[in-house]
Design a protein around this ligand. Sequence first.
Ligand code: ZN
Length: 374
Amino acid sequence: MHSSVKLGRLFGVEIGIHYSWLIVFALVTATLALGYFRQEFPGWSSQDRWVVAAAASLLLFASVLVHELTHSLVAIHRGMPVESITLFIFGGVSNIKKEAESAFDELIVSVVGPGSSVVLGFAFYGAAIVAAGISEQLFVLLQYMAAVNILLAVFNMIPGFPLDGGRVFRAIVWYITGNMRRATKIAGTVGQGVAYLFIFGGLYMVFRGNFIGGIWIMVIGWFLSNAADMSVRQVEFQERFRGIRVGEIMNSHPTTVSPSISLRHLVEEFVLQRNLRAVPVVEGDQLVGMITLSDIRHVPQEQWDMVTVGEVMSGAGQLKTILPEDDLSKAVQALAEEDLNQLPVVRGRSLVGMLTRSNLIRFLKIREELGLRA
Ligand SMILES: [Zn+2]
């Protein structure tokens, strides 16, 4: 998920907030302070209301974070590395780098999130009982957080893939059928069904006069529908590349340049003549960097004779690379995640080939024309 602010790392997992979360913060704080608290507790000062409302928003944030961290830590424990957690308008996403290898792993990783929310809900409830004799404001805050966490667990257990409940459902179907791909399709279809229920339910509410509530439910339905669709397509897409090695389809004789040539030479002899947008830079057979059109554009044309490729290229240390033995699905994921057009294929520090988006497209086209299925 892009356009998010990074907060730091917890247990090695990067924590980020998507900008849409700021809307949630403002919305929750304002509706509590101006609506719920004002109606229910007219005796509270306006300062009390705003402080408790802001505290509730922050605790909501912490609750969602605990939920996602629980998913992430269990995933790491089961051998699935987690890159980051991003909190956004509908909750959080753990960016797990790998699909679960067994139905059991999937089940455990999915179910612990809502589990942690239930535990948190009861913990807040216990704290609320203790706080009851101390401060009304504190009691209300803690009781509210207890309800919010239970609600979080219930919402996430809706059986719409890719929500936790949908993942649990997929894990069960996967366990029964022994086929992850089919289970994903079934879970995705059920997820679509749940999404339509939300959309039509919301529409019904709008017609009955509950405009805001109805729209909100419809938006959730729309979000669920998109998410289900995307998850299913992602799994299918990765499945098409599974079991094929990068080395089988890469370009094993890529055009390379030396770091000592001038930009003018590079542009005239390589970029224009051979229609290249990115050229790996090598010394001997060692990859030392990569130069792209945007690196060249940063240098004014008058200086192209004086500036060398080595001075403006991205160094090898900054490049994402891949091994010839790597699975193609891994390469596809890397290209998509980093929004790259090409990946240098290396063994040790030597460049052995280049894998580009057009390699992949050609590969898919040929398979399709031959009528080959994954
Ligand atoms: Zn979850």
